[in-house]
Write a protein that binds this ligand. Structure first.
Ligand code: NAD
Length: 252
């Protein structure tokens, strides 16, 4: 769901295309579910279905990892979990700071899925003095005056911004100046960052607008057949792509 802006080329230094990198978390999620059920091996077709990806594309993606599976047996689930985790840099701990401990920031801080994937929330920061010292998700909220010190002391490279749009650029600049090189931005604004800093923007309202667009098209298809004297509009219903994904077309 994230829409990202990155200064990196479309292919990473190790030759893995960005599109493949973007699918690795989908495979990992499906593989983790299999691992939790103690499933030892999985075929490319089964895994592709579980991940919502076309199986030929999955095999191509895995070939970049040097993983080809065994004919008649499939892929070793545990080994693939390890390989993909390593490729995504998840075998190491990533300290994260969340700036803005309101509704969204507190919800994210309470989300157990970060820690289980190697993202440790090192600090929660907010500019509101009334929140300083208050415990959220088992952690005392720090004041943003301490942002630079906290980032440096904890070796934080990922910052999550969950504040209103107005202050987001300034917070982003401070995070970057303190050494943060990846930003997950929930604020409804476009952030500008220097070369070498990655920004991923999450906007659930955009996702909903895309769904609304598809809903509208579906409703249009169910509507009354056009009158005989009117030209029949071309068939414009969005089709599922080969990966089962719907092209994210926005109305003009
Ligand atoms: N991307 C999404 O899908 C999505 C979904 C929900 C909310 N949001 C956005 O997330 C942001 C937070 O939403 P919310 O509902 O949690 O708001 P909120 O008002 O509950 O919380 C915002 C918090 O940010 C703090 N804050 C404000 N300016 C700050 C600054 N400059 N430095 C540090 N802290 C600061 C406030 O003190 C407050 O605690 C908003 O921008 C909202 O639009 C995005």
């Amino acid at each position: 769901m994230a829409t990202g802006r990155t200064h990196r080329p479309a292919t990473r230094s190790r030759g893995i295309p960005e599109a493949t990198v973007a699918r690795l978390p989908l495979y990992l999620r499906a593989l983790t579910a299999l691992s939790e059920r103690s499933v030892p091996t999985v075929s490319s077709e089964e895994l592709a279905t579980a991940a919502g990806v076309n199986s030929a594309k999955l095999r191509k993606d895995f070939s970049y990892l040097g993983s080809y599976g065994t004919r008649g047996v499939g892929y070793d689930v545990e080994y693939l979990v390890y390989q993909i985790s390593r490729e995504l840099g998840l075998t190491q701990d990533w300290p994260v700071v969340i700036v803005g401990v309101g509704n969204l920031g507190a919800a994210l801080a309470n989300y157990g899925g970060f820690a289980s994937r190697g993202f440790r929330v090192a600090a929660l920061l907010d500019q509101d003095p009334a929140l300083t010292g208050r415990t959220v998700a088992g952690m005392a909220v720090s004041h943003t005056d301490d942002l630079e010190r906290i980032v440096t002391e904890n070796g934080v490279s990922i910052g999550v911004i969950t504040i209103p749009a107005g202050g987001a650029q300034q917070v982003c600049d401070r995070l970057v100046a303190a050494g943060v090189t990846s930003i997950l931005n929930f604020a409804p604004t476009v952030l500008s960052v220097p070369e070498g800093v990655d920004v991923r923007k999450v906007d659930l309202s955009i996702e909903l607008q895309i769904l609304a667009f598809h809903e509208q098209r579906k409703a249009g298809e169910d509507a009354v057949t056009p009158a005989a004297d009117l030209p029949v509009p071309p068939h414009t219903t969005p089709r599922k792509g080969p990966d089962g994904d719907v092209p994210a077309v926005m109305p003009a």
